[in-house]
Ligand binder design. Structure first.
Ligand SMILES: Cc1cc2nc3c(=O)[nH]c(=O)nc-3n(C[C@H](O)[C@H](O)[C@H](O)COP(=O)(O)O)c2cc1C
Length: 227
């Protein structure tokens, strides 16, 4: 009888441990392949004041859900003392990665004739980078992915950056939002010594503007305050 009680106690303890590990997995990178690494920290060793914060809004929908999350984050980050700039990707001329771009590395990265060299310069100079995209077919948008591909010539210069992720999707399942998070991480894990600082997964947000006044908008603002 006493053995059974101890078995039950062990079962409960193991269940609680598995539950705790599973909930950690909601925010920390999981199963990052060998040789790639993303640090995770809710706090920063660097002071908030004067931090250069670049918010990349990757939806085609200006004033849409992820764009509103970007604005909320930016408001918080400004109040915290950061120098904040938001880039709405769809406003810029960003071509697909081409064969010529393989040669445009380092100083040659500036040879591209579109807006990408100017935008990549902003990434290289930022302390904090916010990647924002809705879930599009279980991934990030083409706008953001196209831009990410074009960082190829200078991605090794994006060292020691801190990252926040913002996403929205129509589906109520958090696991749907995780597909976009994976898209962000695919880029971030290729950079030198990146640190993930936090994320907002706005689920059940199909309609334009649904995020307004929601808990997700507050979460994004609070993350911004915590740069
Ligand atoms: C092309 C396209 C693909 C989408 N794919 C998904 C999807 O796979 N899962 C989902 O839950 N929502 C999907 N959605 C819905 C959007 O993620 C949702 O409306 C989101 O709030 C849009 O964000 P935005 O307002 O920032 O553009 C899709 C929407 C579009 C236009």
């Amino acid at each position: 009888m006493s053995l059974k009680v101890s078995e039950i106690v062990s079962f409960i303890a193991i269940s609680l441990l598995i539950g705790a590990l599973a909930s950690c997995g909601n925010s920390k990178p999981e199963r990052v392949p060998e040789g790639y690494h993303i640090n995770f920290s809710e706090t920063s060793p660097n002071p908030k004041e004067h931090k250069r914060v670049l918010v990349i809004s990757g939806s085609p929908r200006k004033g849409g859900n992820t764009d509103l999350l970007c604005d909320a984050f930016a408001r918080g980050a400004k109040e915290a003392g950061g120098y904040v700039e938001k880039v709405f990707l769809a406003d810029y001329n960003i071509g697909y990665f081409s064969e010529e771009d393989v040669q445009r590395v380092g100083k040659r990265a500036n040879e591209a004739g579109d807006d990408v060299p100017m935008l990549v310069d902003k990434l290289v100079n930022a302390d904090v980078i916010v990647l924002a995209s809705p879930v599009y077919y279980m991934n990030i948008t083409g706008q953001l992915k196209t831009f990410i591909d074009r960082t190829y010539g200078r991605y090794r210069e994006m060292k020691d950056k801190e990252f926040f992720y913002l996403t929205a999707c129509a589906d109520a399942e958090e696991s749907t939002a995780d597909w976009a998070i994976n898209g962000f991480r695919g880029f971030v894990m290729c950079l030198p010594n990146p640190t993930e600082r936090g994320m907002v997964k706005a689920t059940g947000m199909g309609r334009k503007g649904a995020v307004k006044g929601s808990q997700y908008e507050t979460e994004a603002y609070n993350l911004g305050k915590n740069i």
